[in-house]
Design a protein around this ligand. Structure first.
Ligand code: HEM
Length: 142
């Protein structure tokens, strides 16, 4: 499998880009959805957009990121503290995705009780995790 290392890494980065795009965009959709009146055409459109983004893009992209990432780990081994720091950030992102999934379900049932400010704040979580992860994989400071 080591011969395919760079191909696996390319697939990993592609999957990660798709995953991160969803993690950045979905909370933004929630910010706008909060202002749409329940039962309005706009609100129903947001529900479809949120469900499709979550199920058709974010879930497969997250699984692909994990599968290709673990294939890379199986080749290079568990070396370096950087990898462990990355684990923590990636597990955080995986948990964050679970939280977003919960919000998708609450919006779908017209039961959201969070404000636009809340969604603006949680929108920063993937940005912070991405900064940590990219520094870990590129700079490998420890
Ligand atoms: C889902 C679980 C993940 C695992 C198990 C994982 C694991 C790995 C491993 C082992 C490498 C190879 C590092 C090397 O060759 O030096 C790698 C590369 C990379 N990972 Fe991940 N990763 C995961 C998620 C992510 C996420 C969420 C991001 C972005 C936010 C990310 C960004 C990258 C990048 C940019 C590289 C290429 C670094 C380079 O060699 O230049 N990974 N990953």
């Amino acid at each position: 499998m080591a011969d395919f290392y760079l191909w696996i890494k390319a697939a990993h980065v592609m999957a990660v880009i798709a995953w991160m795009a969803g993690l950045f965009y979905l909370p933004r959709l929630f910010v706008y959805h909060v202002d749409a009146q329940i039962g309005s055409v706009q609100s129903e459109t947001f529900k479809v957009m949120e469900r499709r983004l979550y199920k058709a893009i974010m879930v497969p992209a997250m699984l692909a990121s994990w599968v290709f990432g673990l294939m890379l780990v199986s080749i290079i081994g568990l070396e370096g503290t950087w990898l462990w720091v990355k684990w923590v950030a990636v597990l955080g992102l995986t948990g964050f995705q679970g939280l977003l999934g919960r919000h998708v379900r609450l919006f779908a049932a017209d039961q959201n009780c969070h404000t636009g400010r809340y969604f603006r704040i949680i929108n920063e979580v993937p940005t912070l995790a991405m900064i940590v992860i990219v520094i870990m994989v590129i700079v490998k400071p420890f």
